[in-house]
Design a protein around this ligand. Structure first.
Ligand SMILES: [Zn+2]
Ligand SMILES: [Zn+2]
Length: 362
């Protein structure tokens, strides 16, 4: 079928909207008509490590149009959100940890289906799709049965879109990876969509002390409204000392979402002994960075890396939607709408940090 898609041909330039041919769904696939799709930071750096020309977008939400014969859980007309791809047969998928699928990197960033075939073309030219097994910067997406999740009826699709990556990553890190109990304490470094989702989840889980750390006063104010009990502007001096001033001995949990080098070390140093830091991003992706390891060893502190909030999407995304519908996960406070044709402006606003969660509407 013919679709309209935002095609990136040069990693230094914004995508252009072009007409492409999309394959028909195979037995294990689902064709979805997109209604909305979020923009996540991975969409911004992915063009530098993905075969081009390519179509990005990995927070799609829409309506199921066709369902392959082997996908028993969905029907045409279902309202769904698209999430990350996973193979379903590796050791981690079989252990209910699909975010760490042993083929995950290839399924998100390979530009093809699991078997290596492409789904998109333009007049005989190969165009790479299957970004996170969806490539949702397009009017239609081919996904697999494994990364399409049915939503509760009342959940608005434009707010459901970010559940597929950014919101499940931040909320899942608190609720599933750290399993921070009621009454405990956390410091969240970075108040973008992932950090703010973590703060909303920490309030949901009734943590007693929730400290937001950033360098943007407007975002720190929003963090307070969404559940942070304290806000620290990192430009105003010793962050670790100020966290220890709030929570003597340090916090039980921390989370690094900012990719700022000082934040990485501070997120470890601000922990109490045996405290645990969840790393959701790294500074200077792929490059060595100075990291002070003594606090880990001397205090029995732990550093864990978290992908997609340890989500099992078919179970966790509907739970997040129900939390939103109950008024306990106000995603609407993060989202700003753009028309699909304004994708270049939306990407630009995301890169500049002017908007927390841009969502494209079709
Ligand atoms: Zn797998
Ligand atoms: Zn993402």
């Amino acid at each position: 079928m013919l679709i309209r898609a935002a095609v990136t041909r040069d990693a230094a330039l914004p995508p252009t909207i072009e007409e492409l041919e999309l394959d028909a769904p195979r037995a294990d696939e689902v064709l979805v008509r997109l209604v909305a799709t979020g923009i996540c930071h991975t969409d911004l750096f992915a063009p530098r490590l993905f075969p081009l020309p390519g179509v990005f977008g990995h927070e799609g939400a829409g309506i199921v149009e066709q369902v392959g014969a082997h996908v028993g859980k969905l029907r045409p007309g279902d309202r769904v959100v698209l999430t990350f791809g996973s193979c379903g047969h590796c050791r981690n998928c079989l252990a209910a940890a699909p975010a760490y699928c042993e083929h995950g990197h290839r399924l998100q960033f390979g530009g093809t289906r699991e078997d290596g075939g492409t789904t998109l073309a333009r007049a005989g030219e190969r165009v790479h799709g299957s970004f996170f097994q969806q490539s949702s910067f397009a009017t239609h997406a081919l996904a697999t049965g494994r990364n399409v999740v049915k939503l509760p009826d009342r959940m608005p699709l434009e707010l459901a879109a970010p559940l597929g990556c950014g919101v499940q990553t931040g909320a899942g890190a608190v609720l599933r990876s750290l399993r921070a109990p009621a009454g405990s304490s956390i410091a969240v470094f970075g108040t973008g969509s992932v950090g703010l989702s973590a703060i909303m989840a920490a309030r949901y889980a009734a943590l007693a002390t929730i400290i937001a750390v950033d360098i943007d006063p407007t975002r720190l104010e929003l963090a307070r409204e969404l559940g942070a009990t304290h806000a620290i502007d990192a430009r105003e001096g010793d962050v670790v000392a100020r966290i220890q001033g709030i929570e003597p001995g340090g916090v039980m949990y921390s989370m690094e979402t900012s990719a700022a080098l000082p934040a990485l070390n501070d997120a470890i140093a601000c922990l109490m002994r045996r405290g645990e830091c969840a790393l959701l991003t790294v500074p200077k992706l792929g490059a060595p960075v100075p990291l002070t390891l003594a606090p880990l060893l001397t205090g029995g502190r732990r550093l864990i890396a978290v992908l997609e909030g340890d989500s099992v999407p078919d179970a966790f995304i509907p739970q997040l939607a129900q939390m939103h519908l109950a008024g306990r996960l106000p995603i609407d406070r993060l989202v700003v709408d753009y028309g699909f044709d304004d994708i270049a402006a939306a990407l630009d606003d995301a890169a500049a940090g002017r908007v927390i969660k841009p969502v494209l509407r079709f």
